[in-house]
Design a protein around this ligand. Sequence first.
Ligand SMILES: Cc1cc2nc3c(=O)[nH]c(=O)nc-3n(C[C@H](O)[C@H](O)[C@H](O)COP(=O)(O)OP(=O)(O)OC[C@H]3O[C@@H](n4cnc5c(N)ncnc54)[C@H](O)[C@@H]3O)c2cc1C
Length: 398
Amino acid sequence: MNFTPSTEMQEFLRQLNKYIDKEVIPREQELKGLPWREVAPKLAPMRQENKDRGWWLPQIEKEHGGMGLSVVEHGLVCAEIGRTPFGMYLLNAQAPDAGNMEILIQHGTEAQKQRFLEPLLAGETRSSFSMTEPEHAGSNPVYMSTKAVKDGDEWVINGHKWFSSAADGAAFLIVMAVTDTSPDANLHSRASMILVPSDTDGVKLERNISVMGHAGDGYGGHAEIYYDDVRVPVSNTLGGVGHGFTIAQDRLGPGRIHHCMRWMGICERCFDIMCKHVASRELAPGRTLGSRQFVQGWIAESRAEINAARLMVLDAAWKIDTLGKAQARTEISLIKFFCANVLNNVIDRALQSLGAAGMTDDFPISGYYRSERAARIYDGADEVHKISAAKQILKQYL
Ligand SMILES: Cc1cc2nc3c(=O)[nH]c(=O)nc-3n(C[C@H](O)[C@H](O)[C@H](O)COP(=O)(O)OP(=O)(O)OC[C@H]3O[C@@H](n4cnc5c(N)ncnc54)[C@H](O)[C@@H]3O)c2cc1C
């Protein structure tokens, strides 16, 4: 296999790298800590500029206005734009919208695409994915309490969700609800995805959950939501009644490549900060931190882990491109837990290498330390992916 990008792609990646370094990273300090309602308008002109020059929707096919990249190519883009917390958003490739766009393209009706997908692709709206419930283990979401009951040509939805990322300010939510409430219903085909406009009566955003010091507002936040007798047309069902979990799988496959390569971008950023610091920080005249073997260990281990993780993700992306998502299932699980741990290791070593400075918000490392611990939990916790990968592998031996 060969991961060398085309000449055109190499040029795009070079320009993107320069753009992130020169135009985005220098604005981070100004934007950091502001509420999302103040950040979004500041980023709007930059988004428009990217849209105008075609740096828009790298994860989407050309026919839907995207860049039509392969999964490998999109992975390489994520590694570049992942070096800043604003990168994915500036190209309209951010979670959870990217995953929601993909399932709307694959499973949406024409009317659903027109109403929900088009404004999302255009960058005029945001969306949320509302599946996890505080009362049930999200690792096995077949058990959930949210129900949608048919009344004429409407669903009536009742339930309680949390960690619905980016729900604050989103135009609509994709809600996972049990639609076959019979006691003998098949656990895997009893739930459906339903498109719910956020301003529908009965949608109650209870709170933006404060997470690791982040107030939880806007695009970077996670909401707790009550659905109280929420009525939407049955025609808002996405991809057919009972298909909720099948579609959820579709949503998470390529999404994990996006996340893992974005994390590689974060790793590179932290690694770079660590190396620059230890190369110049003197313990005594002429004796830098980088001359100490402990510190050299951090550098070597981090470089080895990042290189290994990056190649694993590209390999999984290549398998998706050439063999399809289903054939890459084991690799997708392997990269999810492996990369999340590499990410946390590299962030931790970079923070340690800076000493007290690493704890300050003068550097992006402390922010990553808070926000990226979640990588080992969302989109399937480490343990869930290890179990899944091991089961797939052991099948060959049974
Ligand atoms: C930052 C963030 C963003 C999120 N965004 C969304 C979103 O947009 N929409 C949404 O619906 N949900 C979202 N979630 C929720 C996420 O999907 C769940 O947190 C995840 O599925 C784990 O479920 P849980 O939190 O209920 O933990 P549980 O399922 O209760 O598990 C707790 C812990 O037990 C361990 N564990 C789980 N299963 C096993 C097992 N079989 N064997 C051994 N150990 C196990 C794991 O370490 C796990 O962390 C988000 C979560 C986070 C942290």
